[in-house]
Design a protein. Sequence first.
Length: 477
Amino acid sequence: MSKVRRVPRVSAGTLLLGTLILVWFLLFAHRGIFADFSADDLMNLDYYVHQGGVKTIRAAIEVFTSYYRPLGGVFYLGLSKTFGLHPLPFRLVCFALLLLNLILFYRFFRLLSGRRDLAWIAVFLVSYHAWFVDLYYSSGTIYELLCVFFYLLAFTIYVKIRSSGQQPEIKHWLLIVVLYAAALDSKELGVTLPLFIGLYELIYSPPDSIRQIGAWILKTGRAALVLGLMTVPYIWCKMAAGGLGQEPLYKPRISPFVYMHSFQIYLNPFFYMDHVLRGGSSMVLLGALLIIALAMRQRYLIFGWFFLTLSVLPFIFIPHYAAFFFYLPAIGWAILGAGLLLSIRDLLISMLTKAGVPEGSKSQTIVLCILLIPVIACLAVGHVRESRETLSLFQRAQVPLSPLLKGLQSICAEKKGGTTLWFRHDPFPKDSYTLQQAVYLTCGGDTKVIRGGTASNGEAIALSYDGQQLRTDENGN
């Protein structure tokens, strides 16, 4: 008789804490589920439609190509073919990934620290950030969401195996390699995975002596070595002609000064501060955190410090800034913040014990709750204040696209190929191609677009779009 495999039970405490974090996240981010397409979405979709589904899938399988983030192309082409140009399915997939990533964040913290209390606090700290507004309102951040999902899934699978004292088997190797390839197919951010697998081994299972470093690399550090060798041709393809690294916005300028300057640019909005950190103050902060981590002799704090300082390498040297790029490095800050908070708790418990208060889990819980109340209050105030600003900035940069797409679909369904659309008025910037991309995606490549001025073709359809409604101008011909 075969053994029946028991399904692990979820404790009431886990269910309660998970629900509270979910409510906290949705309280601030839920409106993003119903967000419209952004200009980036049309640009991305236009690119992949031009490339075609076969080429996109082939690039995703090959991995080592100059093709632009092919797994994102699978997302765009797959959903548009299935559901058409409706934003809701795109948003639902993005939010599903956001929630799955929260689960992986918890696993990451739990495996590194071996502590449930730290994992819950850390995942709460990283569950929402107002300056990551693009993650919640733009499907154009699918690259980040997919990359972080596959990145952390590969990392947590590896650490789960190693923390049990075992080495990965062939099936584990294949799974980790496939997940790493998927992370690379999603976004260049994934290239640091071999680095952190190597650092994990170095911190948690260091060689006994310098003389044994070679044998240690070939045995304990071989996962980092294998994945690192995978990374070399990937970076070469991205930096070669036709790759993303040749684009002006993504061409790196590598220097310590650029690192310090860029890190500070990201750090101010991350801490909800308006240019408070200046000069070398961010480096002083990092130095102080390293000293604290080393003094406390907690391996997860040391690993967290390296994670927050090195996971930024794929983007810190490029002259293109977006606050949500800090999505992955944020988990390094979260594990440090949670670790320091629990250390303060333990220090207070020690002081209370010396004062005659009996030590126990109840005392620890009470002290932790007292410490968490001001943290939660400060975060709530900061999230509310900053969310208003970031959402306002995001919305001002966007023009509603669904009314335009629906109107174009209706117009082009009744017209033959080769139609000319003359937009007498539209709200898009002069250097924007969003309007042309919308026409191509709805009406096809044989439809000509004229913006402003006078239409030379007497049979052109005169249109006006105000961001709310697409109107046909009967007197425009």
